[in-house]
Structure formats: C-alpha cells, structure tokens
Design a protein around this ligand. Structure first.
Ligand SMILES: [Ca+2]
Length: 133
C-alpha cells in the first residue's frame, strides 16, 4: 500500500508525515514504516535496545542490539539503523541478527547489532532513520 493511500485511509493527506497526532512519539511516516497507526498509541513499536553477549569471530563480548518492526505493506520507505559515538558521525548498522515474521500479522521483527562490542565504546547512541525513497 502506497504512503498516499495509507494516509488517506486515516483521513490524512500528503504533508502530514512528520506530525505525531496521537502523541506516541512516532511521526506518521515512522508509524507507516514500522506498522503503527497515526490514530492509536503505538509505544510498543518504539525500537528496543538491549545488551547481549554474542560470539563474534570466536570471541564472546557484549553488543548493543536494536530490535524494531517493519511493515511489509509499506512501499517507498527506507529504514536505516544507525550507531554513533558522538552524534556527529553516524554509521549504518549492517549486522542483521534476525529478520523474521513477528507475532503481529504483516510485520517483520528485525534485530541488528552494532559492529563493535560495547566495551570498546565510552558512549554509544543508536537510532532508526526512516525516510522516503
Ligand atoms: Ca500511533
């Protein structure tokens, strides 16, 4: 379903993508990409961050893992997980741990890990960037 069609299904028009009408801290565009609704609270869709002990290259260490949903029906959006140590320089997180259907029909559940173990970072920020193509 195109973004325009999806917006119209909620009585919204092009130009409302960056609003947060239901005050759940997710913009309308992010709700479309992650599988939420601009008319209901979707706090449950906020990306989750956990620390996990993982074996990478034969060495076990603690890694930051971000988990988020993706709306299978969303067309024309790019979801990019990113990590930064200083909020100036951002690197795309490309190490995908899992990419599988979620418990909610139509959504995939994706987990990615930051490339370097948490012990190598004094500070670490992660975010999900959502943009239209
Ligand atoms: Ca919502």
């Amino acid at each position: 379903m195109s973004l325009t069609t999806w917006l119209a299904s909620y009585g919204l028009g092009v130009g409302s993508e960056l609003t947060d009408l239901d005050h759940d801290q997710l913009t309308v565009l992010v709700e479309y990409a992650l599988g939420g609704s601009p008319a209901s609270n979707d706090v449950i869709l906020h990306p989750g961050i956990t620390l996990q002990e993982l074996s990478v290259g034969g060495f076990v260490d603690a890694y930051a893992v971000m988990t988020f949903t993706r709306n299978n029906a969303a067309e024309g959006v790019i979801i990019t997980p990113e990590a930064s140590q200083d909020l100036v320089s951002l690197q795309e997180i490309t190490q995908v741990l899992t990419y599988a259907p979620s418990a909610q029909v139509g959504l995939d559940l994706i987990s990615v890990r930051v490339a370097d173990p948490i012990s190598s970072n004094t500070r670490l920020f992660v975010r999900l960037r959502v943009e239209t193509k």
